[in-house]
Design a protein around this ligand. Structure first.
Ligand code: 4AD
Length: 438
């Protein structure tokens, strides 16, 4: 392995080179393709900003350069010096004629070629992450996280953190990961919501971005066992407040991504026109009972009180062009912390938001029970022990206020925005039922 020759300040990134359009440049990156003709050796160089066709001309280059150009393999890291020329045959209309090449790290035979199985690509995920497809998706993902934070800043919502090791469930026991904890039992948290409710009393409107864990035995295209959860809790808020907040937030986030990542979205095959109704129009809105009634026409096994899973939500949303807000789910379908409708205790003051085009649920949301007695009743009704939730109940004893909040899966949100086939295509290191490495 050779040391670097060039100083950072002398280096041009590929996007800068393409912007300038002419001149002589020092640059560095990795080769992703190599093609040898009789007189010329072509390469595609990439860095984190873009790709550039480069060429070594055997008739003009010095012997050492030709030798290096013949030897260098794809995925080798190189430093290059060359002259940029217009070339209509090159992918971006430009070609760098290499004058000097310095092989920094010569790559061995790269195991990734064309038409490989998903399983194999998951085994070599640490290498597959270099692909243009993953790089583009991860850039969009970065904007999704960033735009969420920007919206929170605009709305004066304060970032804070809960804890990942917890002593009980938030979303029901069936998806809890248990971990040994110094002779006791602990769990990995399913949601930071309860801690946000704690912190709301000192910080006001709060949010967190943290992993949440679910031991879900679901092998669908939208389930991870570890996902990135953006959660918000607003004091003094009711259902209408939180729905309004969410709708404005989704519009802001989608608009930001479309503005910032049009190049990546296009490369990933996402037509940004299809996202415009989300940005420009009011979302669809229906009550659970009406959604189920409609869905029964397609799925005869459904009845009032049935849970809507991946399959049903895909059908419900497949022809929609903008998100659907579903409100007032039956009390049997949601965990104990949801507030019942005082006028009809069989339904709760909650909403999910389903992304269109078949993607389904991206947000779970609603009002929280803020009365101590009612909360204890609902904990017992869910066959849980109120003592395990003593501190959560405590919050209702000392100056409780109405509150509402939500959790959005940032991975699911990103999958929808880039129109991904599977959630694993938008998270660097997906954790699923049968995958915890690399
Ligand atoms: O609907 P969920 O389970 O709601 C909660 O966890 C609430 N405590 C959140 C809150 O109100 N603070 O999950 C919220 C969102 C879902 O809409 C989905 O986007 C995402 O989290 N999610 C998952 N994403 C990927 N893989 C999984 N297994 C997910 N489970 C939930």
């Amino acid at each position: 392995m050779k040391e670097l020759n060039y100083l950072e300040k002398d280096i041009s990134k590929i996007s800068q080179i393409l912007k300038k359009g002419k001149g002589s440049f020092k640059t560095r990156g990795w080769f992703k393709r190599k093609r040898e003709l009789k007189n010329k050796i072509f390469f595609i160089l990439f860095d984190e900003t873009s790709e550039l066709q480069c060429v070594v001309d055997r008739d003009k280059a010095l012997k050492d350069l030709i030798k290096d150009a013949e030897k260098v393999t794809i995925q080798s890291s190189v430093e290059l010096e060359g002259q940029l020329k217009k070339d209509e045959r090159a992918p971006d209309g430009f070609e760098l004629q290499i004058k000097k090449m310095h092989i920094v790290g010569l790559a061995q035979d790269f195991p990734i070629g064309k038409d490989l199985s998903t399983e194999f690509l998951m085994d070599v995920r640490h290498l597959w992450l270099r692909s243009a497809k993953m790089r583009d998706a991860l850039k969009v993902r970065a904007t999704v996280f960033d735009s969420f934070r920007k919206f929170m800043e605009k709305e004066n919502v304060v970032e804070t953190q809960g804890a990942m090791f917890v002593s009980g469930s938030v979303e029901g026991g069936s998806t809890l990961f248990e971990v040994p904890y110094f002779g006791k039992k602990a769990f990995l948290t399913q949601s930071s919501q309860f801690y946000l409710e704690v912190l709301m009393h000192s910080l006001g409107k709060v949010y967190t971005i943290a992993p949440s864990f679910r031991a879900e035995k679901s092998k669908t295209r939208r389930h991870l066992t570890e996902f990135w959860h953006a959660e918000v809790e607003l004091p003094w808020a009711h259902l209408e407040d939180i729905i309004d907040f969410e709708e404005r937030m989704i519009k802001f986030m989608v608009k930001t991504v479309v503005e910032k990542n049009s190049k990546e979205l296009k490369a990933l095959g996402r037509n940004t026109e299809d996202l415009m109704p989300t940005i420009e129009q009011k979302f669809h809105r229906k009550k659970y009972k009406d959604v189920v009634k409609d869905a029964m026409k397609k799925f005869s096994y459904l009845k009032h009180g049935s849970d809507l899973g991946e399959k049903e939500e895909r059908e419900i949303t497949k022809s929609l062009k903008k998100p659907l807000i579903i409100t007032h789910y039956p009390d049997s379908l949601k965990p104990f912390y949801h507030r019942r409708n005082p006028d009809n205790p069989k339904e709760i003051l909650c909403n999910d938001i389903l992304a269109p085009e078949g993607f389904g649920e991206i947000i779970g949301s609603g009002e929280r029970v803020w009365n101590e007695k009612k909360l204890v009743e609902q904990i017992k009704k869910d066959k849980l022990n109120p003592e395990d939730y003593q501190w959560y109940v405590d919050l209702r004893k000392f100056g409780s206020v109405p509150r509402a909040g939500f959790g959005m899966g940032l991975d699911r949100f990103t999958a929808w925005i880039v129109n991904a086939e599977h959630i694993r295509d938008v998270i660097p290191l997906p954790r699923t039922m049968n995958r915890i490495a690399p």
